[in-house]
Design a protein around this ligand. Structure first.
Ligand code: HOZ
Length: 425
């Protein structure tokens, strides 16, 4: 940790809090963040040369593991041809076609440089299309850091005790209605009272920013029904879930068709990419086709597009999903067993290859129940793993993830570290 410590001390003199994104700073778990030097497959190596089995995976994009040869090759090839033109390229067309083939609800789509931008643009579009202002989001849902979404936000915002960010005008916050996740009566009531004023409902079809929380049927089905009835747009924020559970989105498995979808992370193959898209008649409002302005110099960047395309190509051919889900099931079952053995109140939520360990007796189904977790116990668990070379999310309200590069040996190393960490709690 010697080099990481020195790098962090120097970083704090030039970057606020020493980082470019708050959750990296380890405030939720204490101690100094580990500075990473390189990644290969399921492993990271830190600035001091220590290696870790990685369950953060850059918060989702690295589903094939780090520096996958096909992705490296594609990005290198693109880079040699020039890294940015500010003009259309064939790569954007090819990635757009691949995304649409996998997610047919995205009849038209646009690439941005981040998930935040994609979500922000989708909301602007929804407001323009409906001529309404209100947005419904769910408590603990995190959709990036656009103003109207930093209200009761999960992920790093909750972790830092700032679910409502300073600097968001009160008038903006008032346009966002926040409801508890999985709470159908609350949604019905909101639509009864405000239905004709709601431009969009934005939801993570599997919540990943209050920790992993699965939607309880018929929660999403009810959202679809109510939004349809009141001519509100339903936006699935699949920045995390897109291409994570299936070759497609969570919507693919659930057979629910949202009006708009936002993507990011995996679709950029580890490069800064976001994407939003949906029904043609809605997307046709986006400039230059329509009056909703949205632009970006690096949008559709050819190197990022090439990396995204290579990632999707490997996922489509190899379909690693069942294996990743099975390995996750093993981890989850073992962790639950360890908790029982030690007599710890432990909940391990999981959906396919994503999971979160909560230290609580309460079944976690929304942000209120997620918050019953003993976050100090999580911090001790995290550091126990870190010491033994296993890198978990450095915050309670996040998702741990597997990649296709995780091996049974990695699993054994993880479970051994977890057993020791839990024994010490
Ligand atoms: N909060 C994002 C996913 N849970 C990770 C990105 C970040 O905040 O740094």
């Amino acid at each position: 940790m010697r080099k990481s410590k020195a790098l962090f001390a120097a970083s704090k003199k030039v970057l606020p809090g020493g980082v470019d994104s708050p959750v990296r700073a380890f405030r939720a778990v204490g101690g100094d963040p580990v500075f990473m030097r390189s990644g290969a497959g399921a492993h990271l190596t830190d600035a001091d040369g220590k290696s870790y089995v990685d369950y953060v995976l850059s918060w989702g994009p690295m589903i094939l593991g780090h520096a996958h040869p096909a992705v490296v090759r594609a990005a290198e090839r693109a880079l040699r041809k020039g890294s940015s033109f500010g003009a259309p390229t064939e790569e954007e067309l090819r990635l757009a076609e691949a995304v649409r083939a996998a997610l047919p609800s995205m009849e038209r789509l646009r690439f941005t440089s981040s998930g935040t931008e994609a979500v922000m643009s989708a909301l602007r579009l929804a407001r323009a299309y409906t001529g309404r202002e209100l947005i419904v989001k769910f408590v603990g849902g995190y959709h990036g850091h656009a103003d109207s979404l930093l209200v009761a936000a999960g992920s790093g915002a909750t972790t830092l005790g700032r679910p409502d960010s300073a600097g968001v005008p009160a008038a903006w916050a008032k346009t966002t209605l926040c409801l508890p996740y999985n709470d159908i009566p609350a949604v019905r009531e909101a639509f009864r009272r405000h239905g004709r004023k709601i431009a969009a409902v934005i939801v993570e079809p599997v919540a990943a920013n209050m920790g992993v929380v699965a939607p309880e049927p018929p929660f999403l089905e009810t959202l679809r029904e109510l939004t349809k009835k009141s001519k509100t747009l339903l936006i699935f924020d699949e920045v995390i879930t897109g291409f994570r559970f299936f070759y497609g989105g969570a919507q693919t498995g659930m057979r629910i068709t949202p009006d708009l979808t936002t993507l990011g992370k995996i679709v950029g193959g580890g490069f800064p990419v976001g994407c939003y898209g949906g029904r043609r008649e809605v997307m046709d409002l986006v400039a230059p086709q329509g009056p909703v302005y949205q632009a970006g110099t690096l949008s559709g960047n050819p190197v990022a597009m090439a990396a995204g395309l290579a990632t999707l190509d490997v996922l489509r051919r190899e379909r690693p999903y069942a294996r990743m889900a099975e390995m996750t099931r093993v981890i989850v079952t073992e962790l639950r067993g360890m908790g029982r053995f030690k007599g710890l109140p432990l909940q391990v939520n999981h959906v396919a290859s994503m999971f979160t360990v909560f230290f609580t007796e309460t079944h976690v189904r929304d942000m209120a129940s997620a918050k019953t977790s003993d976050t100090k116990a999580y911090a001790r668990f995290f550091h126990g793993l870190l010491e033994r070379g296993v890198y978990f999310p450095p915050a309670q309200f996040e998702a741990a993830m597997l990649s296709s590069a995780h091996s049974t040996l990695d699993l054994e190393r993880t479970l051994d570290a977890a057993a020791r960490a839990i024994r010490r709690l």
